[in-house]
Design a protein around this ligand. Structure first.
Ligand SMILES: Cc1cc2nc3c(=O)[nH]c(=O)nc-3n(C[C@H](O)[C@H](O)[C@H](O)COP(=O)(O)OP(=O)(O)OC[C@H]3O[C@@H](n4cnc5c(N)ncnc54)[C@H](O)[C@@H]3O)c2cc1C
Length: 387
């Protein structure tokens, strides 16, 4: 087994590190304090990401994207996450689900997203359907050449910046294993479509400046030509993308944890109490040892999972393990970082409290830790038909 990264991988890492250092980190404290990314800054980051060839690095080359394998994508995600999501989100990774675009959808949605001319958002979660995504209630009913959508979504990231939403709605039911199940369809719904209202959601403690929105649909008429993929097959496109997304979240967690550890090591070496650097006390230095061990394990697991995804051998459980483990290592690392910094760890003069707050979302979005444990344990029990 070869664990070595190639020269190209190393080059990719240093390119992204330089981008984060120069184009994103200088703005992090201000964006966090103001809970806002000024539009000019958002555009500047997009332009610079396009010029650097980083924009849409997750998309295949044939549509103008980076054409990178998943391992390379995970390495980029690891470095990008050393700054808040509020900023690195503008180095856009359009929803891979857009690869299901066909006919005029390719020119109208897919290609503009890859070129940085349009922005998408992914609208699945509803107030009564979070972990239980199959329980969504938003409905789309066929009416001639259109569908009429009614319902609502919440927690939809970045919808305030988006030109269109990928909206999941129930279009029917079918019987599976003796139970009635919702058939779900994905729709491309343009901002400004009559009957769709987008409003800012509640303020979130993590990633200030990165907002979620509520979407309301009241007899919103969408042409059938805007169905993404096949009618009733929304889960097929969504699940493939969501599973890959979990590995990228794991890579984000590793990067954030590495950043918190780097700050902690330096503080341990330079902060003295009782006449000695605090790193000389085992009560403190053992935390560093645990951080380094956890992060290395999370990094290896994540990169191995991305590599499996490239080989086509990754299971849902594998992706779940990477997301679960890396997000829990991140939680422990940032919490220990606050402890190592003492009172200063909680003050907004230093970025530690921000890292601690930003880490919290990672155990919730893209499937909570509990849901990842379900996915992993179900896979273990499936051969015994005991899941
Ligand atoms: C900042 C932010 C951004 C988001 N962005 C998006 C987005 O862009 N698009 C989108 O569609 N969604 C988005 N989400 C939604 C996110 O995916 C959900 O919050 C997440 O899936 C959890 O759903 P929930 O919040 O409704 O929690 P719930 O599902 O209500 O869960 C509450 C608690 O119960 C636990 N639980 C639930 N079911 C079980 C079970 N069967 N067994 C054990 N424990 C269980 C959960 O693990 C959790 O601890 C975002 C959320 C946030 C907070």
């Amino acid at each position: 087994m070869n664990f070595e990264l190639t020269h190209e991988h190393e080059m990719l890492i240093s390119t992204v590190q330089a981008f984060v250092e120069k184009e994103l980190l200088p703005y992090e404290a201000e964006v966090d304090a103001n809970d806002c990314v000024p539009p000019e800054l958002a555009q500047q980051i997009r332009d610079k990401a396009l010029a650097a060839g980083l924009y849409a690095f997750n998309m295949p080359e044939e549509v103008g994207g980076g054409g990178l394998d998943y391992l390379s994508q995970a390495l980029i995600e690891r470095e990008l996450s050393k700054v808040s999501w509020a900023l690195h989100v503008f180095v856009a990774r359009p929803s891979k689900i857009l690869m299901a675009c066909r006919d005029t959808q390719i020119q109208d949605y897919l290609l503009p997203c890859v070129r940085g001319e349009k922005i998408d958002c992914f609208a699945l979660t509803e107030p009564d359907a979070g972990s239980d995504a199959a329980g969504i209630k938003t409905k789309a009913v066929r009416d001639g050449d259109d569908f009429i959508i009614n319902g609502s979504k919440h927690f939809i990231s970045h919808a305030g910046h988006a030109d269109f939403a990928i909206v999941f709605a129930v279009t029917g039911t079918s019987e599976q294993n003796g139970r009635q199940r919702n058939e779900v369809t994905a729709f491309l719904v343009d901002k400004g479509t009559e009957g769709m209202v987008i409003q800012r959601g509640p303020k979130c403690v993590s990633n200030r400046g990165y907002h979620t929105n509520e979407l309301f649909f009241d007899d919103c008429r969408v042409p059938a030509a805007n169905v993404l993929g096949e009618i009733g097959k929304g889960w097929i496109v969504a699940n493939e993308w969501l599973t890959a997304g979990r590995v990228m979240v794991a890579a984000n967690c590793v990067g954030q944890a590495q950043r918190a550890m780097d700050f902690s090591v330096e503080w341990c070496a330079n902060r003295s109490q009782f006449g000695k650097p605090i790193g000389k006390y085992q009560g403190v230095s053992f935390k560093l040892a645990d951080m380094a061990t956890g992060i290395k394990a999370a990094d290896l697991l994540t990169l191995n999972t991305a590599w499996q995804m490239d080989k086509g051998t990754m299971s849902d459980g594998d992706a779940g393990m990477a997301k679960l483990f890396a997000s829990e290592v991140l939680a422990k690392t940032t919490d220990d970082a606050v402890q190592i910094f003492g009172g200063m760890g909680l003050m907004d003069e230093l970025p530690i409290e921000r890292m601690w707050r930003n880490a919290r979302i990672e155990r919730i979005w893209e499937g909570t830790s509990e849901i990842q444990r379900h996915i992993i344990s179900r896979e273990l029990l499936r051969p015994f038909e005991a899941q």
